[in-house]
Design a protein around this ligand. Structure first.
Ligand code: AQP
Length: 344
């Protein structure tokens, strides 16, 4: 089988509190790539247990992400939507990548440092090797493109390093087995647009995040219209009016963040938003942003609720997706086993 040329893979962890950053930084891009690419979108439940071993409601959290994918416009009939743990090949390839990746590469991963915090001796080994599993998720499908937020850039670089080392170390066998001069692609990240890093509504220096304790820091996709409006009204800002150009947003992280959110939701540039709102006070800008956010998110929220009312229906989509994913994954793993030289 030749390498695919336009296959997209990406995933979202079912760790609760799916937020506007996940939507604008990732899920909305997933939707946009559907017309031009073969897409595989995964609820990465094996990743969810790396930080907190016992998830409060993993099954419903998994369904919620799948529902968000579909409610946002991903068509599971045309593309593949599934949860990671149903396709065992991800774990097998991750083990093999544990042997390809080097300790020094993983020690440089900033996300591990952030998530493990000061008590890294007590972090799970899974949290440390998380980027190898992510590389396996992507390369099980030999995906060429991965839409992600800016925080995942370093993990994508590691995925490319793993692919390059594998291709290089096994070059002779790859060629001898008829796969040409490389087996895995050097996957391209798709990190572009106005919303690659949406920040917390309470602190413009911190990423909007599922694990941030304050619910006021993020807009959840399950929030009611009233909650969305309240969170935007209470979002931290400074007392100055909005500037009329991008330079004026420097050193104003909270203002910059709200302008970026407005731009991303209305699909225009931040410059365009400032042309319209430059010189205006937040008292005028925030209600306009709240209206826009509600207009864009309410239909997704409604559709997510409808889907979540039928858990068996969501499970059926995931099962069917897993079957389709396994068809691709089993071929890759069989070829990779041959390249390694295992019997069977
Ligand atoms: N604030 C963000 N702005 C833009 N994109 C973001 N993403 C996450 N936060 C932002 C992107 O969403 C996708 C799914 O993320 P994930 O489930 O893998 O979780 P994460 O990257 O670890 O970040 P979260 O969602 O905030 O979770 P926690 O709190 O656990 O760190 C990815 O493409 C990510 O880049």
């Amino acid at each position: 089988m030749g390498q695919p040329t336009n296959r997209v893979f990406s995933g979202v962890q079912p760790t609760g509190n799916l937020h506007l950053g996940n939507y604008l930084g990732a899920i909305r891009k997933f939707v946009a790539l559907q017309d031009s690419h073969e897409c595989i979108y995964c609820v990465v439940d094996l990743h969810a247990v790396t930080a907190d071993l016992v998830q409060k409601d993993l099954q419903n959290q998994t369904r919620e992400i799948a529902a968000a994918f579909i409610a946002s416009g991903i068509d599971p009939k045309k593309h593949i939507v599934f949860n990671q743990s149903q396709v065992r090949e991800h774990s097998e390839l991750a083990w093999l990548f544990n042997c390809v990746a080097r300790m020094g590469w993983l020690r440089r991963m900033t996300q591990f440092k952030e998530k493990a915090g000061k008590d890294s001796e007590n972090a799970s080994v899974g949290l440390f090797t998380y980027p190898n599993l992510m590389a396996a998720d992507i390369l099980t499908y030999r995906a060429t493109h991965v839409p992600v937020g800016d925080d995942q850039k370093q993990h994508l670089e590691l995925t490319r390093d793993i692919a390059a080392k594998f291709n290089n170390d096994f070059a002779e066998r790859i060629a001898a087995l008829g796969h040409g001069d490389s087996y895995f692609p050097l996957t391209e990240p798709v990190i572009e647009g106005e919303a690659t890093r949406i920040m917390s509504l309470r602190d413009g220096s911190r990423k909007m995040s599922k694990s941030e304790p304050s619910d006021m820091s993020r807009i959840n996709l399950t929030d009611s219209s009233d909650d969305i409006a309240k969170k935007i009204r209470k979002a931290r800002t400074d007392p100055e009016p909005l500037p009329d150009n991008l330079d004026g947003l420097k050193e104003r992280p909270e203002a910059d963040n709200l302008v970026s959110i407005f731009a991303a939701l209305s699909e225009v540039s931040s410059e365009e938003v400032l042309r319209q709102y430059g010189g205006k006070q937040f008292g005028e800008f925030k209600p306009a942003l709240a209206d826009l956010a509600v207009e864009k998110l309410a239909p997704i929220n409604r559709e997510m609720r409808r889907l979540m009312d039928d858990p068996a229906g969501v499970d059926a989509v995931l099962k069917e997706g897993a079957e389709k994913a396994r068809e691709i994954a089993s071929v890759t793993l069989s070829e990779v086993r041959d390249i390694f030289g295992f019997i069977g």
